[in-house]
Design a protein around this ligand. Sequence first.
Ligand SMILES: [Zn+2]
Length: 1151
Amino acid sequence: MMKRSRLMSLLVGGVFCVAVMSLYRMLELMQRAELQQHREKPAEQVDQGLSRLQQKIDRLEHLLNDNNRMVATLRDSLLHRKASWEKGGGGVNVSSDSAHSRANALPGCRLAEEMKDGTDGVQLLDVYDLLPFDNPDGGAWKQGFEISYHDNQWANQPLEVFLVPHSHNDPGWLKTFDGYYQDQTRHILDNMLVRLSEDSRRKMIWAEISYFSKWWNEIDEQKREMVKRLLGAGQLELVTGGWVMADEANSHYFALLDQLMEGHQWMQRHLGVRPSSGWAIDPFGHSPSMSYLLKGAGLRDMVIQRVHYAVKKHFARQQTLEFLWRQSWDSSPRSDITCHMMPFYSYDVPHTCGPNPAVCCQFDFHRLPGRRVMCPWKIPPQPITEQNVQERALLLLDQYRQKSRLFSSPVLLVPLGDDFRFVESSEWDVQFSNYQKLFDYFDQHPELHVKARFGTLSDYFLALHQHLSAAGTTLPTLRGDFFTYADRDDHYWSGYFTSRPFYKRLDRTLEATLRATEILFSLTLAEMRRFHGDGHLVADFPARDHFLHLTAARRNLALFQHHDAVTGTARDPVVVDYGTRLFHSILNLRQVLQSSAHWLLLLDKSQYHHDQLKPFMQMDDVIAAQDSLPQKTTLTLTDEPRSLIVFNPTEQLRTSVVSVVIDSPDAHVVDAETGRPMAAQISAVWAEPSKASTEAFQLDFVAQLPPLSLVIYHVTRASVGSAQRVQYTFNRHGNPLTLKSEHFQVSSLEGPEADAPLSLSNKHVQIWSSPESGLLQKLRLQSGLVRQVQVQFLWYGTTSSRDKSGAYLFMPGPEGAQLYSSSEPPLVRVSRGPIFSDITSCFRHFTHRVRLYHLDGHAGRSLEISNMVDIRSEINRELSMRLVSNVANGNRFYSDLNGFQMQQRRTLAKLPLQANFYPMSSSAFVQDSVSRMSLLSAQSQAVAALRPGELEVVLDRRLQQDDNRGLGQGVTDNKLTASLYQLLLEDRRGGAQEVGGASVEHLSLLAHLNSLSLCHPPITMVAPINDQLPKLHPFLPLHSSLPCDVHLLNLRTLEDTQEAGSPSQEVALLLHRKGFDCGSAPQPSLECTWSAHEEVNLDDLFSPLRFRSLRRSGLTLLREDDESETARQQQQRHITHLRPMEISAFRVEID
Ligand SMILES: [Zn+2]
């Protein structure tokens, strides 16, 4: 109360002071104007004086306006503050320091505020504004320009060429991972050992650890020693070191980091080496989230390739193909990584030696006459002989020199390879021996001023950095991302943002299951060690088996991040192979979850017994096959309580609705510990859209779940009519309905009632929907903010010209999207219950549902949207869902990159429709000065905002033809596909204007919390009906929620250093401190807190868990990245820095 009145008087005083001071300043200026007027001579200067006076009056008027605006702003903020006090929120919810200014009020957003003022370097969005995208013919380099040079250009500084042999091995595409391995990859690696060992000048780089580790497992000790020798000698380099060369559009940052960690950990364990350079030549567009992770994992340099041809050309002209890639939100150079962008069309030999593919192809000696591959430019390579070596060497040098002109240094990177190259022994021969002759020729002719040799990627970057530091120059900085990729003409690769959406969703299901299992397993091991007191595990607990399941699941999720897997761009049988891996891993992880939970919940631990065939608990649903959706099991209820165990995988206390299917229309739920009855509702399970099942019923109850807890509930059958049942109303225009339900009150809307808008509301929000379609039309917040938000469904077809849509490309026809229409009106079903109400629209191709929860916490603030889509009857069609609002966002919107950060997008009329689609892994929003509309999603797909106020996601695509990128088939393996979202409308205060360049925006805290709940739903397990059931008690590892902006990304048990395949006591603790929006202070305030400081005490955060040891490390937990012993001792109290937007990794032992 004291604080409040002091602040009020401060603010009132402030307004008064500003007003007085500005009046004083005006008087002063007027006086000065008058004085000057007197000093002027009259007569001939009267005219001049008058006009000057006029100017001054103008200036005063301007000043007055400024002052008025300032006073108004102050008054607004005063009113806003007063209102928030009156609502009893007590201002903002800060755990330390009281609030004065807006930036202080929401400390985590300070960083973003700083960034808005200081943008330096190149911003990719500005490049997009600048480029004409006119695609003129550039001659030999079709998408570029003629390059010229002087022969004496390298006289002082010779051209230094590094020819880097590589073989691009897709872990699944046309063949499965194992198929490729058997047919190609193992031969490549076998031959590599022999051929590199023959000549110490030969080099090779390798990227995919999934393949490398598989091969390693099969080779003998002698060969393993050879590998280590080659690595030590710098002849072989493992680049990136990820499990795969990951897709950067659809992948979520959890999985991106996890696959990197899996690869790096493997390298450290088996080879004792770590990667220093990144190599991403085939992902279809590039994300700064990836560069952030690489930098955090200790890499210094990286190469990217698939970038829009017009952007490449622009960068080539400016000699900025090499740059320091900086995070948009980072005002420091901390996240900078040196990035090399390959200039030409592809990573194959014709497009890497220089600008002319017809010439470069002649230096791919795998295409020598008589071999299997040919040059499409019709000029074959020649074997290098004494007779032709001069002519050949000069021809190649000309290409090298032209390419070098595109870079600011005389150090030149020339990759030598292609997909699955160097399979046959003879290919190694022809490439290495012919190039060596050319290199020898250059060496013998110093007047050419060129030094060429085989090199690894790190050889190249080392030389580059040496040159840069010798020249005293640095590379330019760049911010932004490289989506959406086009390789030629209007061929934009935005189709793969949605292709195979069933598996994109399955990917996220595995990801959530893996994270939950990792955390619970790590906590279980820690509990067991503490329980025994001697650090030993429980003998009967299959820790090793479980760890093997975990490892396999990490690797299957990692494999699926490959750029032909989660992208949906593999052949049908390969897709089934991936799906089967994901499916099996989900099943295996569920076993680990169940048995960990079993031990944690037992009151008397001596009763623990593991029986693989008879698990103590079951999940509440069943997934029947890799291509089917989960189905809830119907639980049999009796008068004896049935135990439900619910795991909250999030670090927040949350109010969740737990949903199970039971065999009775009446049930009673209590908290098993306290006996407290839980609010519940019973709804129908719909056998058909208007026919309720008489055997199965849905029970929903509100659960209060502490962070990372396992909570037990008892469900019993209740007396008839005791449970609250949902009431239904149906609406179908035109056709009368035959309604069937014995257990529920069902009515049909008739007469004028049937034409009134449908409306649902809770205490936070009210919605109105169309009575004909049931689709959303309008939203109103409790604050009074009203926005039109119309949900529409649309079809896209494909163009009638030669190049049609396929797995990669989106090539819609010129007519664009057509509004979805159906001959029969949809069935609209409205349900009203005490826990939630919803409106379901059943169309022929999809069922769409909008649900409103009647809950107090953040779950009640948003609308849950779910779709069940089936377009298997269609030909060359894509279905999209569009939100049409009156948010005045202009052509700007925001979509996330890998769930890690938000990126501004600008919808540009100069680009074709398909170019304005972007990837969305978890969220997108549009905003104006007073409101923001966010769409949070539980799966990846394409997003666009084609007109102001709109936001659109592509739900599924069915395409009959190949799109000429090598896949050789269409996408026709569609399935019944689910998608899930939350729609959040929020008030905003200020921050509407953009300040310089692209503004950095974040999700609001409320949106972060909703997204967390959406992506990590509670996991429900069921105990068997058994009156001999041992006594269980809840597991509550944390005293309180983590701060709202701190996300527990993972708690991942590391492999034992001695005993392979066994869990160690060490755990990787990964924390992500999120950036959040300053413009939307949540009202009412959130349950969790956030801190004004970067400094955090981890013991406090995780209390009562104790960390016996804690070391900060690199993001992939390589031992040499661990902080030193002295640094560790200095921070015995486990106080550490968590910077906004940053992920921090610690190696910990939990006590
Ligand atoms: Zn590839």
